[in-house]
Design a protein around this ligand. Structure first.
Ligand SMILES: *Cc1c(COP(=O)(O)O)cnc(C)c1O
Length: 477
């Protein structure tokens, strides 16, 4: 049997299927689901995937985590096809995660060719399909409520739009989102999607979501969050594809990956790929000024830090939820140690590896490295990439490129993950390069309708609750 998942905080040794873990998101004990065992890849398997269309690489890898009695192989393939259509990922050769070599052995892997131009599409598109299928199989429906500061909202909406079993309401702040982001979301309103504009900032939206879910009437609302196991499982395949493209037939050669990191979801998938036997030498975390994770990797101390807004906003985090899954392995999968560690972090805001008997460099020993990239570094890296190769990169990718330039070693190919298209951050690109990148036709004139598609509800919990009730009644969710 494959696909059994356990919770990082579980003590009963209960195992769950992929479908159940995906529907639950967070485990009832507030832990995160992780495979009971990591499937192992060998050189023959990897060689057999080289040069294949991405959809096949995706299917072959992801199916290692799903038991066929849970979701049949045939259905898994159909779900993959529905997630990554040509219409949503408009590329001509089937490679939706291509590498560009910007300098000798220095690659950028694009993960942002999907419908909302950010890497979140890579995981949320398949997750939307999976959830809808699982609900259909159980003859259930699900209404979901989420808050967004920008990117996640549109990616989640694009992932569930038009799916019959799911409805999604997203609260977004009137202050803090770019016109491009607002327009992207507004354009997705309709059928099973509702966009609500809240008078305030992102934290006001988060507070409302928390308060509403605390009300028993709304406790059954689903969540959109970055800790769902389904998202991680859908991110592992592009590390394999990136690896195969970087080594170009030389399977076994070690490769470094640099990942612009916020909530640790993207790099966690790389970590699992490495544990499965993909020949990764180092997993290098690039943070912006909100460098909780860089500090953790370098010093062994995990300290909550209030996030400051930066020009790579999708990495502006105070804590990195997905890191708990690596911690679980570091403490040899002892859920009591995970609980103690997380409890100390949640109550005091800081915890050291020494407190649970681990060496300060435990993460570096596990193959991680890290560094911080600042505002000046982002500007400089955008210029560098452009001068090297004519590639225009976005500020998140620029954080990865900054760190990769410091960490690259001769003879080891290095792959930087590109997590958004520059079109989403035009003012910053203008600052760096003096002009705006040309837009693909699908994004031309997008902001002309920036305020359309939102229900404006002030910051009034009763009004939001009433809106949710009506939404559910009308759509029978
Ligand atoms: C979400 C996001 C990130 C951070 O990814 P994590 O999985 O949270 O580490 C980086 N760049 C962009 C553009 C994103 O949207």
């Amino acid at each position: 049997m494959s696909g059994e998942l356990i919770s990082t905080r579980g003590i009963e040794g209960q195992e769950l299927s992929y479908s159940s873990a995906v529907l639950q998101g967070l485990a009832p004990d507030r832990g995160l689901y992780i495979p009971h065992q990591y499937p192992q890849l060998d050189a023959d398997f990897l060689n057999g995937l080289a040069g294949r269309p991405y959809i096949d690489v995706f299917y072959e890898l992801k199916s290692l985590f799903i038991d066929p009695t849970d979701i049949s192989r045939e259905t898994q393939y159909e779900l993959a096809e529905a997630a990554y259509t040509q219409e949503k990922f408009p590329v001509s050769d089937g490679n939706i995660v291509p590498l560009t070599e910007v300098a000798d052995g220095f690659f950028i892997q694009s993960l942002s060719l999907g419908p909302t131009a950010a890497f979140k599409d890579m995981a949320l598109q398949p997750l939307g399909q999976d959830i809808n299928h699982i609900l259909e199989a159980r003859d259930e429906t699900l209404a979901m409520l989420g808050a967004t500061s920008g990117d996640t909202g549109s990616a989640a909406e694009a992932a569930v739009k038009g799916l019959g079993r799911v409805g999604l309401i997203v609260l977004s702040p009137e202050t803090g989102m770019s016109d491009f982001q607002k327009a992207q979301m507004g354009a997705l309103t309709g059928s099973n999607i509702s966009n609500v504009s809240i008078d305030g900032r992102f934290d006001a939206c988060q507070k409302l979501v928390k308060a509403i879910k605390g009300d028993p009437e709304f406790a059954d609302l689903g969540a959109v969050n970055s800790i769902n196991w389904g998202r991680i499982a859908s991110q592992i395949p592009y590390f394999v594809s990136g690896y195969l493209q970087a080594v170009d037939g030389n399977v076994g050669q070690l490769v470094d990956f640099v990942v612009p990191t916020g909530n640790f979801g993207n790099i966690l998938a790389g970590y699992i790929a490495k544990k499965m036997g993909l020949p990764i030498r180092k997993l290098i975390v690039a943070t912006n000024e909100n460098n909780v994770v860089d500090t953790l990797i370098q010093t062994g101390t995990y300290t909550y830090k209030i996030a400051e807004p930066t020009s790579s906003p999708s990495m502006d985090i105070s804590e990195a939820s997905n890191y708990e899954r690596v911690l679980f392995d570091l403490v040899e999968r002892d859920p009591l140690k995970v609980r103690a560690y997380m409890e100390q972090f949640n109550t005091t805001g800081s915890v050291k590896f020494g407190d649970i008997g681990l060496p300060a460099d435990a993460l570096r020993k596990a193959g991680f490295d890290s560094d911080t990239s600042t505002e000046m570094d982002r500007l400089e890296s955008i210029r560098w990439a452009y001068q090297q190769s004519g590639e225009v990169i976005d500020p998140h990718t620029a954080d990865a490129v900054t760190v990769a330039r410091r960490k690259a070693e001769r003879g080891v190919p290095i792959v930087c993950m590109s997590t958004a298209l520059p079109v989403k951050f035009e003012p910053f690109i203008r600052e760096a390069l003096g002009y705006s990148p040309t837009r693909e036709p699908r994004f031309v004139g997008l902001e002309d309708n920036a305020d359309g598609g939102f229900v404006v509800l002030g910051n009034d919990i009763d009004a939001v609750k009433a809106h949710i009730r009506t939404f559910r009644q009308e759509r029978k969710l």
